[in-house]
Unconditional design. Structure first.
Lengths: 278, 278
């Protein structure tokens, strides 16, 4: 391949999507690990949260967003949402020609690697837990004992900014109790909001339980794939970061910074339903 | 009008909608006060919750649902959702020919009537509080002092079934503290989920604060309008209750009973986007 064309391919953006803000923790991890990569984010804030929606609905939303991002000429697609990874990864892998990375497999791999005694806990939304996708991903690659717990109050707790107080600690206590009773030695944070609860989660589990941040694990997987395919960006200029949402760009701009760990600007609203009619 | 035609008009159903389950507390109140009325409910579970969505999005969802219910030949439309009442009542009142009842004005009226010292507190979702709609509705009919508080954790707390424990009590304590410091003597439950927190809310406010259940107030308003227009059902047979949702009918059937206070059957899924394309 002539060097110029190859360079043009390398410098295409990576597309990342989630139901809302949460996936910004994944985008933040990708941006930290791969600072030269151009990134495009889509937050489906008209349908947020996915955790309580049906599989059919989440697959439909995911396909619509993937179409939108592929029209933006991305080189790789990251499903930065646990529920969408659980429900739509295999569908999207079949229907698009670029590599697709979810957050489930990388998180499962990291957990298996870190669970010294092979006892893994999983926390996530109702949808993620009910899908059993982390459970299956861990079982596929190891004989570890796996225990799951849905934690529907964690997302609103984080979004309310109550991720460090006494109430958060009590709620964490209730949800983790059955997992700790199983003597887990690794805990998968199976929702992109949960990295913001890391401090209290770590306090609740104690030093013997390794917290597995699937945002970080997914970002490492993206690097590995691009490296293997010789598709890492060789751009010298500062990477561009673009943000699209399906509702409420102002709110996204305001709250998103908390998840992205930097200020967010120029968020644009896209009408997905209009796109589908095309 | 010939008696037969009039009777046919009278026995048309009442349409009721909400973003999810919450409006079932309104449907339950209507069914209790008007047991002969046929009722059709629509829960927009593909977009739930509305509380964090933009005005434009909520107006669009509401219009789509109103079109669907009007095709079902309803005689009156109840917006059993505080956020949708705040954002879409005036739009729907202009665009449809049947009477439309929201939950805001009836709640505001009941609060003004019950606040002995004219100091009214309002609790609701972010969307309802930001819209200031209860505030404006109270101010329009009285000189009462009004204080608002958004309580984003209440909805997931109720949906998790934690509406009676210590954590709920603590969260209620945090949210009500600033309102109680203002010596309110009536508190509007500005979200259809909140009646399920009544017990703990009442414990937190004490006997001097009157709790205003807007679900009940809206049901009384429906009765008043139908009475005035001579459109109350004269059917002798048992009323029919129908349920439609935009996602997850099984989950709705399972959880809905908690809000409707009776078992729910035969929930049907409707694809609103497909309807819009017609």
């Amino acid at each position: 391949m002539p060097e110029k064309i190859n360079s043009a391919l390398k410098n295409k953006p990576i597309g990342i999507f989630d139901s809302g803000f949460g996936g910004l923790t994944v985008m933040s991890a990708v941006n930290k690990i791969l600072p030269n990569e151009n990134l495009i984010y889509f937050g489906d804030t008209a349908h947020v949260p996915y955790g309580s929606k049906s599989k059919d609905a989440v697959v439909k939303f995911s396909k619509d967003i993937a179409s939108f991002l592929i029209k933006k000429d991305i080189k790789l697609l990251v499903i930065a949402c646990n529920t969408a990874s659980a429900f739509a990864l295999s569908v999207l892998k079949k229907s698009v020609s670029i590599p697709v990375v979810g957050v489930i497999e990388p998180g499962a791999k990291a957990a298996v690697k870190n669970a010294k005694n092979g006892r893994i806990g999983i926390i996530g939304t109702e949808g993620t837990v009910a899908s059993g996708s982390y459970f299956k991903a861990v079982k596929k690659i190891s004989g570890a004992a796996v225990f799951q717990q849905a934690c529907p109050l964690f997302v609103p707790l984080v979004e309310e900014g109550w991720n460090k107080g006494k109430i958060a600690q009590d709620i964490i206590g209730v949800y983790l109790k059955p997992l700790l009773a199983k003597n887990i030695d690794a805990l998968i944070l199976g929702c992109t909001h949960y990295p913001l609860l890391k401090e209290l989660l770590s306090k609740a589990t104690g030093a013997n339980v390794e917290l597995i941040d699937s945002a970080n694990a997914a970002a490492l997987e993206v690097k590995e794939i691009l490296l293997k395919k010789d598709m890492l960006s060789d751009a010298k200029k500062k990477a561009s970061l673009k943000f699209y949402v399906s509702d409420n760009p102002k709110k996204f701009q305001k709250i998103g910074g908390k998840f992205f760990l930097k200020k967010i600007n120029g968020v644009k609203k896209i009408n997905l339903e209009r796109i589908c009619e095309v």
